[in-house]
Design a protein around this ligand. Structure first.
Ligand SMILES: [Zn+2]
Length: 579
C-alpha cells in the first residue's frame, strides 16, 4: 500500500531484500481494455515478465518484476488482435523505468544537467546514464504558460560577438517563457505574431528589436530599458570626462614644466627619494633587531650566561656581550651610505652636466680617463639623479616636492564616471571630496554633472515628463559628447518616455540571462540549443509557488499605492547597480 498507493490492482507477491530490493508483482484485475479500440477483454492469450527499475528505498536500488498478461481483442473489426495489459500509472509501454524514476531523472537533468545528473543520481541509487537523462529531458513537455501581457526581450551571447540568441520573459510573472536561437528581426517578429495578447514590450535600445516589435506586435507599447539608457549615457559621459581630465593633466604638466624652468639649474644634485618600500624594509629590520635585543635582555634576567644565549639565538658570544655592554637597542636610523667609487667624480660630472653634456657614453669615457673604476650602471644611476623631469617615476614619491599633486590627475575616466553615476549619499567621504574637486575643475564638468544628475532623477523617480526640458538643456550646453546619446533618445523617444514613466524594465531579465549563462557554461560547451532551452525554461514547482505568493503580495501593494495615488514606490531593480 505504501509502495504503490495509486495501483489497487497490483498485488505484491514476494519481496526479496538483499543489497538490492526485488518485488514480484502481479495484476489482479480480471479484464483489460484494448488500447486501439477500447473494448474490454477477459480472454488471456499468454503471460510474460517485465523488469522495471524504480526509485531506491533506504539507499538500496529497487527492481520490480511484474507478471503481465496478453489479451485477445474481442472486436472482430479491430486491427489489433492481441494486446498487452497496460499500467499507465506505473510505467510507459516498453520503458525500463517506472514513471516516477523517469520523472526524478528528468528533474535532475533539468536542474543540474546530463552528466552531473547521472553522477548525482548514481550516488543516490537512481539508475540512469547521461544519455538516458538527456533523452528524458528532451521528451519532457514544455511548461504550460498562460498568454503573456507584458514581456521583456534581451539578447544573450551563444558565442560572444559571433552568435546571439533572444531571451523572452513574462515580466508580470517574472519567468522566462521562451528562448529564440537568434536575434534577427524576422525571428522575433514571427514569435510576437504568435502572441497577440502582448500589450507592453520592454527592450534595450537596439533598432533591431524595435523594428521587430513594430512589425510583429504593432499594438504593443515599447519600453526602452532604463538600465541600458543609463549605460549608454555613462559611455558618453565617460568620453566627456576623459577629455576634461586630459585637459587638466595637460595644464598641470605645463605648470610643472614652467616651475622647473624657474628653478632651473640652480638646484644641485638631487638625491633620489627613499621610496616607501625601502622605508618599510628598514622599519621591519629595525623592529626585528629591537625584538632580538629584548629577547637577549629577557634571557639574561632569567640568569642565562651569554654563551648559552649566543647558542640559543644563533649569534656569536661577542655580539651578545657588546649589545649587553652598550645597553641600548643595537641599531637605529637609516643605513649609512657606504662610500661609492663614483663619489670623487661627482663634482666633475655635475660640472660637465651643466655645461650641457648629457651623453652617458661620453661622460663615462671622460671619467674613466680620469681613473674611475666603478661600473657603468652606477654612473648612469648617478646621472639619473641629475635630471628629475626626465624621470617621473622617481620624482613622484619625492618628499622634496613642495607642491601637493592634484588627486584628480590619478583618476581614470571610468572612475570619474562611476562617481557621477552613484547616489551622492552612498559615496565615501573621500569620494565625495574627489567629486567636489572634479566639479570645480571646469564649468564643462559641472554642467556634465548637472545633466547626469537630472537624467538619473528622471530614471529613479520615473518623471519622464521632464525629458523634453532635459533634452533642451543638453542642446543649450553644447557638450559634444552628449550629442550621440541625445540623437539615440530622439530616434526612440516614445520608448524612452515609456521607460522613464512606466514601472516595467528589463531588470528581471538580467537575472535570467545570468542563470542562462550559468547553465550554458555548466554544459561544457556541448550545450545544444534544445537542451539549453528546456533547462532555462524549466521552473521548479516550489519556485513557482514562491513567485505566485510574491506576485499576490505585490498586487496588494500596487492596489494600496493606487488608492494612495502615488506611483514612485517601485524599486528599480535594473538600475540599482548603476544609479
Ligand atoms: Zn481492439
Amino acid at each position: 500500500m505504501i509502495l504503490f498507493p495509486d495501483l489497487p490492482d497490483l498485488l505484491i507477491e514476494h519481496v526479496d531484500i538483499a543489497d538490492e530490493i526485488t518485488l514480484m508483482l502481479r495484476t489482479t484485475s480480471p479484464t483489460s481494455s484494448c488500447p486501439t479500440c477500447g473494448t474490454s477483454s477477459t480472454q488471456v492469450q499468454s503471460r510474460y515478465r517485465r523488469t522495471l527499475h524504480d526509485l531506491p528505498s533506504a539507499g538500496r536500488p529497487v527492481h520490480l518484476i511484474v507478471h503481465l498478461r496478453r489479451f485477445f481483442c474481442k472486436k472482430s473489426t479491430c486491427a489489433q488482435k492481441v494486446f498487452v495489459e497496460r499500467l499507465p500509472e506505473l510505467c510507459r509501454p516498453h520503458a525500463h523505468r517506472t514513471i516516477r524514476l523517469q520523472e526524478a531523472l528528468c528533474l535532475l537533468g533539468l536542474r543540474v544537467g546530463g552528466q552531473a545528473g547521472a553522477d548525482v543520481g548514481s550516488e543516490m541509487g537512481l539508475s540512469g546514464s547521461r544519455d538516458t537523462i538527456l533523452r528524458l529531458v528532451r521528451r519532457s513537455g514544455q511548461p504550460a504558460t498562460s498568454e503573456p501581457r507584458v514581456i521583456g526581450l534581451d539578447d544573450w551571447a551563444y558565442k560572444r560577438r559571433l552568435r546571439y540568441g533572444t531571451l523572452i520573459c513574462d515580466l508580470e510573472r517574472n519567468h522566462p517563457i521562451d528562448l529564440l536561437a537568434d536575434r534577427k528581426v524576422s525571428t522575433v517578429e514571427a514569435w510576437l505574431k504568435k502572441h497577440p495578447s502582448i500589450d507592453i514590450v520592454s527592450r534595450d535600445g537596439s533598432s533591431e528589436y524595435a523594428s521587430a516589435i513594430s512589425k510583429g506586435a504593432p499594438q504593443a507599447r515599447q519600453v526602452s530599458d532604463r538600465w541600458h539608457l543609463v549605460k549608454n549615457l555613462a559611455e558618453c559621459v565617460s568620453v566627456q570626462l576623459a577629455e576634461s581630465l586630459a585637459q587638466l593633466r595637460r595644464a598641470e604638466q605645463m605648470r610643472t614644466r614652467s616651475e622647473t624652468k624657474e628653478k632651473g639649474h640652480t638646484s644641485e644634485e638631487r638625491h633620489p627619494a627613499r621610496t616607501r618600500a625601502v622605508q618599510h624594509a628598514q622599519l621591519a629590520r629595525q623592529a626585528e633587531r629591537t625584538a632580538r635585543y629584548e629577547h637577549i635582555v629577557a634571557l639574561q634576567k632569567q640568569g642565562m650566561q651569554s654563551a648559552e644565549i649566543a647558542l640559543h639565538l644563533g649569534v656569536t658570544q661577542r655580539t651578545i656581550q657588546r649589545w649587553i655592554v652598550t645597553g641600548t637597542i643595537p641599531y637605529s636610523g637609516p643605513r649609512k651610505q657606504r662610500p661609492r667609487l663614483i663619489d670623487p667624480y661627482k663634482t666633475y660630472l655635475l660640472k660637465r652636466w651643466h655645461q650641457g653634456c648629457r651623453k652617458g657614453a661620453q661622460l663615462e669615457r671622460e671619467v674613466r680617463a680620469r681613473g674611475y673604476k666603478g661600473s657603468g650602471r652606477a654612473l648612469y644611476r648617478y646621472l639619473e639623479t641629475l635630471e628629475p623631469t626626465r624621470l617621473p617615476a622617481r620624482s613622484r614619491g619625492s618628499p622634496s616636492t613642495e607642491h601637493q599633486p592634484n588627486p584628480l590627475l590619478a583618476l581614470s575616466a571610468q572612475q570619474a564616471t562611476w562617481l557621477f553615476f552613484r547616489k551622492e549619499e552612498v559615496l565615501k567621504a573621500e569620494e565625495q571630496e574627489t567629486l567636489r574637486q572634479m566639479r570645480q575643475a571646469s564649468p564643462h564638468v559641472e554642467t556634465t554633472y548637472q545633466l547626469v544628475n537630472a537624467f538619473l532623477r528622471m530614471v529613479r523617480e520615473r518623471t519622464g515628463e521632464q525629458l523634453d526640458d532635459w533634452l533642451e538643456a543638453v542642446q543649450a550646453s553644447h557638450l559634444e559628447a552628449f550629442q550621440t546619446f541625445v540623437a539615440g533618445v530622439q530616434r526612440d523617444k516614445d520608448a524612452v518616455l515609456a521607460g522613464l514613466t512606466l514601472p516595467w524594465s528589463n531588470g528581471p531579465l538580467e537575472g535570467h540571462v545570468n542563470r542562462l549563462k550559468l547553465i550554458k557554461r555548466s554544459m561544457y560547451g556541448r550545450a545544444e540549443f534544445d537542451l539549453l532551452k528546456r533547462r532555462v525554461l524549466h521552473q521548479s514547482k516550489r519556485n513557482q509557488e514562491r513567485k505566485d505568493k510574491y506576485k499576490h503580495y505585490q498586487g496588494q501593494q500596487a492596489n494600496r499605492l493606487l488608492k494612495n495615488g502615488t506611483n514612485s514606490q517601485h524599486t528599480i531593480t535594473g538600475i540599482s547597480r548603476v544609479a
